[in-house]
Design a protein around this ligand. Structure first.
Ligand code: PMP
Length: 448
């Protein structure tokens, strides 16, 4: 059976995510037959390096033998059980290990089954905490411009990527949006830390003005991933933690994309030395095997809900697949690999190779920025390098890079005019060099 065969059957019955389906009149859909390590193989036998980790979830390669074995063993024990009134070994062990690994004091784990749901949980918990304390005026959230927290109505409301949000605006609660500390916006001679300091003034003002009506500030620590991989300095988070405390507002760290080593540390918050009030994790938590998410929070939050049932202070939120045992088992195997292979240290060398491999692109006439935080590297294509004028989005330059990469055996899926690598950590230096070569060729073609 060929790609063509599966594509036809697919397109007659499926509706794909984040896709204008009409594109597939000209852009072939790629049905994947199998995966192994960084490689994906289609039904015609073509192979592609998964340079974007299948939407940033895969961290230890496809069909990883250690995770496969853990899952096979779990399958024979318990596939799923309701998590209300019941519990199981994988979810207990996973919670213990997450509490030990995340910033000190985050000691309660609330599970859901995807990233957006985890953000919804954090938003609701923060709001509900203040309500349980009698602070009924606190009903709003502060977010950064260009942020992304998911696709459900609550998460779109605290996001700021117009492409995904603007259509649904009439349905959304109104967030308070503060300009992002995005270092791409730096002035000549300014460091990312200086940008963070300068931009924090806006956050401080918003907090001073709105603290009485605000439940929490929500951020993606260090990288606004869906917002074109824009990056900022950890110092912003240090300032934010202090200001949230001073103004009596929670801090929600959405580490769904950046957690589990993407920025060079296990969690991005570590680089700022902060503990958020809520930390949302998903994606890499199961190494890309199964949907799972968790919100970690601290004792003070937990205790505000802990009371006699009749007082109706409980957090009565649930999803059917909350804390699924198979997903938790995959997560435990993932944490084992981090520990046994000293992954965070090993990634330092890989991140260096990534940076070196594309360093030459800084001189490209249509590249305005090459930026990196650990295992995430992004290259911003522009129409005019001197002024930073972007290519009009309608020209879909990134799509040209995508198509070129496919023809050269790589899955590089740019975000608009931004090409990036966010590979599984099992990638080799040789494979990184190949990706860099393909990306450079793609950028040359796309910027003609
Ligand atoms: N938050 C961030 C920072 C994300 O990058 C994403 C997914 N790209 C989400 C939330 C939503 O996660 P999910 O797609 O699993 O709902």
């Amino acid at each position: 059976m060929s790609n063509q065969h599966w594509m036809q059957r697919d397109l007659s019955v499926l509706w794909h995510p984040c896709t204008q389906m009409k594109d597939h009149e000209t852009l072939p859909l790629i049905p994947i037959r199998r995966g192994e390590g960084v490689w994906l193989e289609d039904f015609d036998g073509n192979r592609y390096i998964d340079a974007i980790s299948s939407w940033w979830v895969n961290i230890f390669g496809h069909a990883n033998p250690r995770i496969n074995d853990a899952l096979k063993a779990q399958l024979d024990e318990l596939e799923h059980v309701i998590l209300a009134g019941f519990s199981h070994q994988p979810v207990i062990e996973l919670s213990e290990r997450l509490v030990a690994l995340t910033p000190e004091g985050l000691n309660h784990c609330f599970y859901a089954d995807n990233g957006s749901s985890a953000v919804e949980v954090a938003l609701k918990m923060s709001f509900h905490y203040w309500r349980n304390l009698g602070k009924r005026d606190k009903t709003r959230f502060i977010t950064l411009s260009n942020s992304y927290h998911g696709e459900t109505l609550g998460t779109l409301a605290v996001g700021d990527v117009a492409l995904y949000k603007s259509t649904y605006e009439p349905l959304l609660m109104e967030a308070i949006t503060v300009p992002s500390p995005d270092c791409y916006q730096r002035e000549a001679g300014e460091s990312c830390r200086e940008v963070a300091e300068r931009m924090f003034v806006h956050m401080e003002q918003a907090l001073a003005r709105h603290a009485d009506e605000v439940c929490a500030v929500i951020v993606e620590p260090l990288i606004q991933c869906a917002g074109s991989m824009r990056m900022y300095d950890p110092y912003y988070l240090t300032l934010l933690r202090e200001a949230c405390d001073r103004h009596g507002v929670h801090l929600i760290a959405d580490e769904i994309a950046v957690g589990f080593g993407r920025t060079g540390t296990l969690f991005a918050c570590e680089q700022a030395g902060i503990r958020p009030d809520f930390m949302c994790l998903s994606k890499g938590i199961t190494a890309g095997y199964l949907p799972l998410s968790v919100v970690l929070t601290h004792e003070q939050i937990y205790q505000a809900f802990y009371d006699d049932y009749q007082n109706l202070t409980a957090f009565l939120h649930s999803h059917s697949y909350t804390g699924n045992p198979l997903a938790c088992r995959a997560a435990l195997a993932t944490l084992d690999i981090f520990e046994q292979d000293d992954v965070i240290n090993a990634n330092r060398a890989l991140a260096q190779v990534m940076g070196d491999s594309v360093a030459h692109l800084k001189d490209h006439p249509h590249v305005a920025d090459v930026r990196q935080h650990g295992m995430t590297l992004a290259v911003e294509m522009v129409k005019d390098k001197a002024s930073g004028e972007p290519y009009p989005w309608q020209e879909r330059r990134g799509l040209k890079v995508y198509q070129h990469a496919l023809s050269r055996g790589a899955l590089l899926r740019p975000l608009g005019n931004v090409c990036y690598m966010m590979p599984p950590y099992v990638i080799t230096p040789e494979q990184i060099h190949l990706l860099a070569e393909v990306m450079s060729e793609g950028i040359d073609l796309a910027c003609r």
